[in-house]
Design a protein around this ligand. Structure first.
Ligand SMILES: Nc1nc2c(ncn2[C@@H]2O[C@H](COP(=O)(O)OP(=O)(O)OP(=O)(O)O)[C@@H](O)[C@H]2O)c(=O)[nH]1
Ligand SMILES: [Mg+2]
Length: 347
């Protein structure tokens, strides 16, 4: 299942107590204080792990506790440090403190580690408290408690390009045609219920782009219509939007284009302002030349580039992929390199 938000509780280990002890050796009468320090408590870390695509695993475990520090011992022996604990999260996870709203981590690189809560310091043993006038301190410090937090985690997929559009516009067919991704394709709306990622390889070199197939949007999505806009957060980090408009549908495309724009704007003005290319899909089955002309006109009115494709025949796909790479000419390689559907494919 594709789960993209979760709440967890994390608790770092308490520090061990310092120890009160004195040297007791046969030929050393009245030996000095020898109580060791308590060990530090373990911390809890977030680790960006490409083996995970969703937050589903946090359904089974939502509490993480690091080990406590051992208490100090006699003969100046320190207590052992408590064991650290790691919470593995997919790339694109944003971790915030559920109570204060403070953003603690935004994991974008594989292997990145961020400390979520810090273990408590171990207390000092009595050996630290000896002074010339107090040679036999009978006290030590207790360990400090480990931090504790409630965290909320949001997964926002990391992709370069997001394919958006009405249900049935041909988004999944497109991603299946240009990458190894295999989302479900069918002749009815809302076939795709969760976002899918695909890696597209350049025709000319070894560059890759991560493209996201976003479930269809309809008018009123921001008020919850259809699948709503709950998946639009996955568009937030995409630098380019590829807006598919079905050329096989009837009527003037202006309304169709405007209604997707309104939904994007209602979600986030920033997302609505992203670079966007308008793509007429299903050109092999175009309903009329007027329909295609109206899609082109809607793109021109907005100063957006316009392309025509047919994922069925492959026409225009090379140009589209070339265009996408051209837009990203100066950008770094994509952070994710998997063609896995996000989730277990249960749709
Ligand atoms: N003739 C033709 N049909 C297409 C083309 N692309 C997609 N289709 C058909 O259009 C229908 C919808 O395609 P999908 O790729 O599932 O559409 P979608 O945009 O992912 O739809 P949702 O997941 O429901 O939002 C399917 O029956 C496809 O076979 C095309 O280029 N030409
Ligand atoms: Mg689909």
């Amino acid at each position: 299942m594709f789960i993209d938000s979760a709440e967890i509780e994390v608790k770092a280990g308490d520090g061990g107590n310092g120890c009160v002890a004195f040297r007791r050796e046969k030929f050393v009468p009245r030996g000095g204080p020898s109580g060791g320090d308590g060990g530090h408590g373990g911390s809890v870390w977030a680790v960006a792990d490409p083996a995970y695509n969703t937050l589903y695993h946090l359904r089974h475990q939502n509490r993480f506790r690091a080990g406590r520090g051992e208490h100090g011992m006699g003969s100046n022996r320190h207590g052992k440090t408590g064991e650290d604990v790691e919470v593995h999260l997919p790339l694109g996870s944003v971790v915030t403190d559920a109570d204060s709203g403070e953003r603690l981590a935004d994991l974008v690189r594989a292997g990145e580690r961020v400390k979520l809560v810090k273990g408590g310091n171990g207390g000092w043993g009595n050996q630290h408290f000896a002074t010339p006038t107090r040679q036999a301190p009978r006290f030590a410090k207790p360990g400090l408690p480990g931090e504790e937090r409630r965290l909320s985690i949001e997964l926002k997929l990391l992709a370069d390009v997001a394919i958006v559009g009405f249900p049935n516009a041909g988004k999944s067919t497109l991603i299946a045609a240009i990458s190894a991704a295999k989302p479900k394709i069918a002749d009815y709306p809302f076939t795709t219920l969760v976002p899918h990622l695909g890696v597209v390889t350049s025709h000319h070199d070894t560059r890759t782009l991560v493209v996201a197939d976003i479930p269809g949007l309809i008018e009123g999505a921001h008020r919850g219509a259809g699948l709503g806009i709950r998946f639009l957060k996955h568009v937030e980090r995409c630098r380019l939007l590829c807006h598919l408009v079905d050329a096989s549908a009837e009527g003037d495309a202006e309304r169709d284009v405007a209604s997707i724009e309104r939904e994007l704007a209602a979600f986030s003005p920033e997302v609505a302002a992203r670079p966007r290319v308008v793509v007429a899909s299903k050109m092999d089955a175009a309903s009329s030349p007027e329909r295609v002309a109206s899609i082109r006109a809607a793109a021109e009115r907005r100063g957006r580039p316009f392309l025509e494709i047919s994922a069925a025949t492959g026409a225009g796909l090379k140009e589209l992929v070339g265009f996408l790479f051209h837009e990203f000419a100066a950008s770094a390689p994509a952070p994710i390199a998997t063609d896995e559907p996000v989730g277990d494919g249960a749709e």
